[in-house]
Design a protein around this ligand. Structure first.
Ligand SMILES: NC(=O)c1ccc[n+]([C@@H]2O[C@H](COP(=O)([O-])OP(=O)(O)OC[C@H]3O[C@@H](n4cnc5c(N)ncnc54)[C@H](OP(=O)(O)O)[C@@H]3O)[C@@H](O)[C@H]2O)c1
Length: 249
């Protein structure tokens, strides 16, 4: 079990639907929070909603797909909190479209944001985490990272990759004190989903969770040191069934 008090946490995607709720809830655990987003205005707005000592938060304006953005995250955490203990990779993008209709540039952007940038951020934090003999990398995936979902092809593929990365890295670091977790929500009511997704979800009666519930589950999984966690039933069961029978459909 991990106590979050005084833990220095890098939270990417802090300005998103799930990230905002994560920030609000994490700060009540008396941690030190580096909130990452691309818009200073949105970060300041969020900071204004947090009831805490302002010394416990730092706002980090950074585009995670750039080398410079990732370096800014490290520099700001060192400057504000002399380092970091947890990297919570929450930033992500998604398209609801057929593969043929998606541009090559957009396919690349989905992979850059959802897979490559989290991997590169892990590379950045790992040397310090190993040196200080503790650290936790938490990757926010998706149930679509275990069940390939039509019309979400590039997104699904990117989350499959993030899940594979999390598993491989966890095994690579098994002899070190650095932990790696993969937490996979099902659909969540945030603006990641376009109105077309909401319409489709209604049509097929897809379960959609509130971002505050999802944030609570993610934090609970971090505290409990869960290696992999799939949120929501029956989707968590469908993940297991799909793993066995995916060749049939
Ligand atoms: N919503 C769902 O249905 C759902 C379901 C399962 C899993 N998830 C996963 O949960 C995570 C959060 O999703 P969400 O629903 O909160 O999404 P969201 O509301 O769209 O927020 C996305 C966040 O990612 C940030 N971001 C995107 N590209 C970035 C970049 N290049 N550099 C820095 N930050 C970047 C955005 O920052 P800006 O404010 O700068 O744009 C924003 O903070 C994602 O990994 C997503 O795949 C979501």
């Amino acid at each position: 079990m991990t106590q979050l008090k005084n833990q220095r946490i890098i939270l990417t995607g802090a300005t998103g639907g799930i990230g905002i709720e994560l920030a609000k809830q994490l700060i009540t655990h008396d941690c030190k929070l580096g909130m990452v987003g691309r818009s200073l205005e949105k970060l300041e707005q969020l900071a204004g909603q947090l009831s805490n000592n302002s010394d416990d938060i730092t706002l980090i304006v950074a585009d995670i797909i750039t080398q410079q953005g990732r370096q800014t995250i490290i520099d700001k955490m060192e400057e504000s909190f002399s380092g970091y203990d947890i990297l919570l990779n929450t930033a992500g993008i998604m398209d609801f479209t057929s593969l043929l209709e998606q541009s090559d540039e957009r396919i690349e952007a989905v992979f850059q944001t959802n897979v490559i940038a989290p991997m590169q951020l892990c590379k950045k934090v790992l040397p310090y985490m190993k040196l200080q003999n503790k650290g936790h990398i938490v990757n926010v995936g998706s149930v679509f990272g275990s069940i390939g979902f039509a019309w979400f092809t590039s997104y699904s593929t990117s989350k499959f990759a993030l899940r594979g990365f999390s598993q491989a890295l966890r095994r690579e670091l098994a002899e070190t004190p650095v932990k790696v977790s993969y937490i996979a929500p099902r659909a969540v009511k945030t603006s990641l989903n376009s109105s077309a997704v909401y319409a489709m979800a209604k049509e097929v009666k897809m379960n959609m969770d509130s971002p505050d519930w999802v944030a609570k589950q993610i934090i609970h999984s971090i505290i409990k040191n869960k290696k992999e966690k799939y949120l929501g039933f029956p989707e968590s069961l469908f993940v297991r069934i799909n793993a066995i029978f995916s060749g049939n459909c």
